[in-house]
Ligand binder design. Structure first.
Ligand code: DLL
Length: 432
C-alpha cells in the first residue's frame, strides 16, 4: 500500500509539477543573479540574463556548473545567503585540500529532511518503526540526512553511525530495528555477520534504504534473501543536498526524483547537448528551492536514464535508473571519492614515473585499494628491506592525499603493461 509523506506533492499532476518548476526556476535564477557573483559572471559570459529565463523550456540557456567550479569558488564563492543565515555545513569525502563544502539554511535542512522522510515512507516507514541509521554521521550527508527524515516521519531513530558491527547487531536485536539505512556493501556485511552469529530469528528488519555507492540487482536479491527484507535504493550527492535527491518506492524500478525541489536533465557528456527523456547520458540538476547553496545545472557526472511512466505507487515524479557509471574517472572506495589523478600526483611528487595501476577489489564486502608502481632505473632496488621502506613512505603519502589506506606494491622498471591506446590505469574487480 502506498505510503506518502506529502501526498499532495508526491502525486501531483505532471502539469502541476511543471508549473511549480517554472515558477521556482524563474525565482531561483533571480536569487542567484542577485546573490552569487560567481554564477552571474558565468551567465554574463554566456550572454544570459534572468529576463531570458521564463520557464523550464529556457533552462538549457543557463551555463553548467561542475566540480571544478566548486573547487575554484571554494569555500564561499557559490553561496546564495550570508554565513549568518546558514546553520550547517556538510562536505564530501575524499579529496583533501579543497573539498566540496555545501552550506544550508534552516529552510534548506528542512526541505532536505522532507526529501529523506519521503524516502522512508516510500519503503513503508511509519511512526511505529525503529529506524536504524548506520550511514556515517559528521561531514558526510548520509547519517544526518536520514536521521532528520526519520524524525520527521516520527520513527524511533537509532543514530548508530557506521562501524562497530557487534554493537549494531546488539541494538538491532534488543531494540527491534525495523528499517536499516546504510551502504549496500555494509548491508551485505551485516547480513553475513547475522548469519554467522545465528541471529536471523532475533531481527525484526522489514526494509533497508541503501545508497551512496553503486549496487546491482544481484546484490539487491542477495541482501533481500539473507536479511529477509525488501531492499530499496536511495540516491543523492552533497552538492545538491545529500541523500534523498531521489528514492525508490515499492515498485523497485528506479528512483523518483523530488522534482518539486530539483529539475533533472540528461545531457550528452561530450557535447553538453540536452537529450530527450529515455536516453542515456549525464545527469544534471538545478536546485530550485535551496537558498544557501543554490546550484543551477550542476553536472553530476553520473550516467543514467530518466523515465516518466505511470508508477504503481501513484507517485508522478520522474524516475532515474540506477547510475550506470560516471563520465569521469572517479572511483568510490569505501565510500571515499578517489581520483586516479590524485594518486598520480603523489607518485610524481615522490619521484616515481606515471607508470602505475590501481586495483580495486571487494574482499569480505569491504573495498580494497592497491597501487602498483614501477620503480625508476635510478631508485630501483632489489633489497627487500629498502623496498619495504619505500613502500611505507608511499603508503603514508597516499593516505595523506586520499584519507584512506592504499596498499602499495613496487615493481621493477618496465613491468607494467603499456597500452597502445589509452593507458589502463584502473582495474576494478568489484562485481557490482
Ligand atoms: O553519497 C549521499 C548519499 C548518502 C546518498 C547516503 C545516498 C545515501 P556524496 O558522498 O557526495 O553523497 O557522493 C555522491 O555517490 O554522485 C554517485 O556517484 C554516488 N551515489 C550516491 N548514491 C548512489 C546510488 C552521497 N544509490 C556520489 N547508486 C554520486 C549509485 C550513488 N551511486
Amino acid at each position: 500500500m502506498a505510503n506518502y509523506y506529502q501526498p499532495e506533492i508526491e502525486t501531483a499532476s505532471p502539469e502541476q509539477i511543471r508549473a511549480w518548476q517554472d515558477e521556482r526556476l524563474v525565482a531561483q535564477v533571480k536569487h542567484v543573479w542577485d546573490n552569487v557573483p560567481y554564477y552571474r559572471a558565468k551567465m554574463e559570459e554566456k550572454g544570459v540574463t534572468p529576463d531570458d529565463i521564463k520557464s523550464c523550456a529556457d533552462l538549457h540557456k543557463l551555463p553548467f556548473l561542475t566540480k571544478d567550479d566548486l573547487r575554484e569558488a571554494y569555500p564561499y564563492g557559490l553561496m546564495g545567503k550570508p554565513l549568518s543565515e546558514c546553520v550547517r555545513i556538510q562536505s564530501t569525502s575524499g579529496t583533501t585540500g579543497k573539498r566540496v563544502v555545501a552550506f544550508y539554511t534552516q529552510k534548506d535542512i528542512d526541505l532536505w529532511e522532507d526529501c529523506c522522510a519521503r524516502a522512508i515512507m516510500a519503503v513503508g516507514g511509519t511512526k511505529d518503526d525503529v529506524c536504524h541509521v548506520s550511514y556515517g554521521y559528521g561531514l558526510f550527508t548520509g547519517g544526518p540526512g536520514l536521521n532528520g527524515g526519520s524524525h520527521k516521519v516520527g520513527c524511533l531513530t537509532l543514530p548508530m553511525s557506521s562501524g562497530n558491527t557487534d554493537r549494531q547487531l546488539q541494538f538491532m536485536c534488543d531494540l527491534g530495528s525495523t528499517i536499516i539505512c546504510c551502504t549496500p556493501s555494509y548491508a551485505e556485511y551485516l547480513a553475513e555477520s547475522i548469519e554467522e552469529r545465528g541471529l536471523k530469528d532475533q531481527i525484526k528488519l522489514k526494509a533497508g534504504i541503501f545508497g551512496a555507492e553503486a549496487w546491482s540487482e544481484n546484490m539487491r536479491h542477495d541482501i533481500e534473501e539473507k536479511l529477509g527484507i525488501k531492499a530499496y535504493d536511495i540516491y543523492g550527492l552533497t552538492e545538491i543536498s545529500g541523500p534523498g535527491v531521489s528514492f525508490e518506492c515499492e515498485d523497485q524500478t528506479g528512483m523518483h526524483i523530488n522534482e518539486d525541489h530539483f529539475i533533472a536533465e540528461i545531457i550528452n557528456p561530450e557535447t553538453g547537448e540536452v537529450l530527450p527523456e529515455g536516453e542515456k547520458g549525464e545527469l544534471v540538476f538545478s536546485c530550485i528551492t535551496k537558498e544557501a547553496f543554490p546550484l543551477l545545472r550542476y553536472r553530476t557526472k553520473d550516467i543514467c536514464v530518466l523515465t516518466r511512466e505511470k508508477c504503481s505507487c501513484g507517485r508522478t515524479f520522474v524516475k532515474m535508473s540506477k547510475p550506470m557509471g560516471r563520465s569521469d574517472d572517479m572511483l568510490i572506495v569505501k565510500g571515499v571519492n578517489v581520483f586516479p589523478s590524485q594518486i598520480e600526483q603523489v607518485l610524481l611528487e615522490q619521484g616515481y614515473p606515471a607508470n602505475y595501476q590501481i586495483v580495486v577489489d571487494r574482499v569480505n564486502h569491504s573495498d580494497t585499494l592497491e597501487v602498483m608502481v614501477e620503480m625508476t632505473p635510478e631508485n630501483f632496488s632489489d633489497n627487500l628491506g629498502q623496498i619495504t621502506e619505500m613502500e611505507k613512505s608511499l603508503v603514508a603519502a597516499l593516505k595523506a592525499m586520499l584519507g584512506i589506506y592504499a596498499k602499495v606494491k613496487l615493481v621493477a622498471p618496465k613491468t607494467i603493461a603499456r597500452s597502445e591506446g589509452k593507458a589502463v590505469r584502473i582495474i576494478d574487480k568489484r562485481k557490482i
